[in-house]
Design a protein around this ligand. Structure first.
Ligand SMILES: NC(=O)c1ccc[n+]([C@@H]2O[C@H](COP(=O)([O-])OP(=O)(O)OC[C@H]3O[C@@H](n4cnc5c(N)ncnc54)[C@H](OP(=O)(O)O)[C@@H]3O)[C@@H](O)[C@H]2O)c1
Length: 298
């Protein structure tokens, strides 16, 4: 497995990216940092889209030093906040005359919800994928990975006729900081496996680089890659109707969040429940003031 990664690595060694602009999310550490380093060595202008300024600035210094490139910049992006995503997009449109590659690398391995009330694991890793049948995957994570595959499938369909292509991938089992939020006991038990069976982050970046650099991949837009190879998926991950529905629900959910965040004149509706960009009425028990007070303060 490792040797086939190495062969593809050598094949793409000479690809150059001078004059191209690349965005890598979550590039202050792990696979994202290695991807950003490789792309800046190839001459690309690399935008490190990270949530933490101090962590991003430390990575920026490392990447500049190791690549010898000055075309590396940091732009703040917290994928856990739609407000931040919006202002990042505005910033890019204002400051960058072009952009050629978007690598949605950022990801997190912890439960919980974002400030917009969306599932952290679902929302913070848009185009990455683990195989849906991977035994180690928890049910919620399996669903979230399946969503990534379906989402990319639908995105590719919607991009047909443009010059834009998209891919989803599994980087392999990689020894990175991904498990920093799991319990200490779990980490102690995992350590030997991480050291002996997981690959390093350089190897972990190879499938991403393959999808970003390999010429002739356009016919595979929307497909799932692992170990630098396009893979076939089980029927439920190729289901067109489900992919379309997921796309529509995601866009609708996003629009309701944006509606609540940006629409003027919503103040009188503070505390109310919205769906489909509309305020909704509830059964009496969901409006019960005493129950709400009890829940909040006792
Ligand atoms: N490692 C594996 O075995 C493995 C397996 C399958 C898939 N993957 C996927 O590969 C990708 C890279 O993982 P990795 O192993 O390199 O993990 P990592 O070392 O933990 O790096 C994850 C990166 O994502 C960033 N991030 C997390 N939440 C973010 C948010 N809300 N906004 C912006 N950035 C955020 C992190 O920033 P902070 O430093 O600020 O937290 C970090 O830079 C992830 O999508 C992961 O799910 C990894």
């Amino acid at each position: 497995m490792y040797s086939s990664v190495k062969v593809l690595w050598l094949k793409e060694r000479d690809a150059k990216l001078h004059g191209k602009t690349v965005i890598v999310t979550g590039s202050n550490t792990g696979i994202g940092k290695m991807t950003a380093l490789d792309l800046s060595r190839r001459g690309a202008r690399v935008i490190l889209a990270c949530r933490s300024k101090p962590r991003a600035e430390a990575a920026l210094a490392d990447i500049k030093r190791e690549s010898g490139s000055n075309e590396v910049v940091f732009m703040q992006l917290d994928l856990g906040s739609l407000k931040s995503v919006r202002s990042f997009a505005e910033n890019i449109l204002k400051t960058e005359p072009r952009f050629d590659l978007l690598i949605n690398n950022a990801g997190i391995y912890m439960p919980g919800t974002t400030e917009d009330g969306l599932g952290v694991m679902f929302w913070c890793q848009p185009h990455r994928s683990l195989p849906v049948d991977q035994p180690a995957v928890r049910p919620s994570e399996g669903v979230c990975k399946l969503c990534n595959v379906l989402f990319t499938h639908e995105l590719a369909k919607r991009l047909q006729g443009t010059n834009v292509t998209c891919y989803t991938l599994h980087p392999g089992a990689i020894n990175s900081e991904l498990f920093r939020d799991v319990s200490k006991v779990f980490m102690i038990l995992m350590k030997p496996f991480l050291m002996f069976f997981f690959k390093d982050t350089v190897a972990g970046s190879q499938t991403t680089l393959h999808c970003a650099l390999q010429e002739g991949l356009e016919p595979f837009s929307g497909r799932y890659f692992s170990n630098c190879t396009v893979r076939n998926l089980y029927a439920n991950a190729r289901e067109g109707t489900v992919a379309k529905k997921l796309w529509e629900n995601t866009v609708a959910g996003c629009q309701t969040n944006l509606h609540c965040a940006l629409q003027e004149g919503l103040e009188p509706l503070s505390g109310r429940y919205f769906s489909n960009c509309t305020v909704r009425n509830f059964y009496p028990k969901a409006r019960e003031g005493t129950v709400a007070k009890k829940l909040l303060y006792e």
